[in-house]
Design a protein around this ligand. Structure first.
Ligand code: SF4
Length: 297
């Protein structure tokens, strides 16, 4: 199997077969992210991908889901995705679905007809890093799209019959805008109707422009209490039917997981009760700034 540099996947894809289709991320410019800064972006040769599928079929023939890596696998052109899916179905008779990381621009680059055909080939539940429902925050993050552009692509994915998962980053608007950010995030996620929403606190990577802003005092990080309060306000604002709320990333101070709407009240109670058990001194600290690093990992 070919894996170049560090390979990332969402925690809920732990059981999926990881197949590399690119090295790095085609965008590689979000101001908080250093995931792929050490590798140049390149599309894997199709022969290499097919060889990996054949090799994996010898080892894990009962694979039901494939998660394509790396940074934004859905950037591949339609023809390549079609060829990979057809080969994958030949290699794995029990294959149910294929996902990967996707950017809004990756979706925009496909025609309606292509999205629909990819959905029929089993592509679904891509992990899309929406991150925020506020345009100025998206701009600060250099995500490369606006909320209006993101919403348009969510509509196209639904039209094509391709469900998707969304990431939201808590407290990315800073401590003064906890309520505003939570409300905007809930509003756009309600409108988007994802299968799963994956929420985690802002954790700017060392050496990134965002971290330099924190170190220079330009951006004020939220306290642990504010992170949790924003997560609660976001969850409170979600009005979704049949969506998984996934707050189990290692950076989530209080792990919560459940289905919406059935488990909403229980998850809110878990967050409230979890916060009550954390000493005030820790709740009022800045998790990324402490002398011991992030206090919850
Ligand atoms: S957050 Fe995602 S899209 Fe942005 S640079 Fe990192 S891997 Fe690429």
């Amino acid at each position: 199997m070919h894996y170049t540099g560090t390979t990332f996947r969402p925690p809920y894809e732990a059981q999926s077969l990881l197949v590399q289709v690119t090295t790095g991320c085609s965008h590689n410019a979000c101001t908080f992210c250093s995931m792929y800064r050490d590798v140049d972006f390149a599309v894997s040769p199709i022969e290499e991908v097919e060889a990996d599928l054949i090799e994996a079929a010898q080892r894990v023939p009962y694979t039901q889901r494939i998660f394509l890596v790396n940074g934004d696998a859905f950037c591949l052109p339609f023809d390549q995705l079609e060829r990979i899916a057809k080969k994958a179905h030949r290699c794995f008779p029990n294959l149910n679905s294929i996902g990967g990381y996707a950017r809004i621009g990756n979706v925009a680059s496909k025609t309606d007809e292509e999205l629909s055909r990819l959905a029929k080939l089993g592509y679904k539940d891509f992990n899309i890093g929406l991150e925020s429902g506020l345009d100025d925050v998206l701009s600060h993050m250099n995500k490369g799209y606006t909320t209006a552009e993101a919403k348009a692509q969510f509509d196209r994915l639904h039209e094509a019959g391709m469900p998707f998962n969304l990431n939201i980053i808590n407290a990315a608007a800073g401590p003064e805008r906890i309520e505003e950010h939570a409300a905007a995030n809930a509003a756009i996620v309600n409108e988007a109707r994802p299968t799963l929403v994956f929420v985690s606190p802002l954790h700017a990577d060392p050496g990134t422009p965002w971290t330099q802003e924190v170190e220079a005092g330009v951006f004020e990080e939220s306290t642990l209490r504010q992170y949790i309060e924003e997560e609660m306000a976001f969850l409170e604002g979600l009005e979704l039917d049949g969506c998984t709320f996934y707050g189990l990333h290692v950076s989530n101070p209080i792990p919560v997981f459940g289905q919406l709407p059935a488990d909403k009240d229980d998850m809110l109670a878990e967050l409230r009760e979890g916060m009550a058990e954390i000493p005030d001194a820790i709740l009022d600290s800045h998790p990324n700034k402490g002398p011991e690093g992030r206090i919850w990992v």
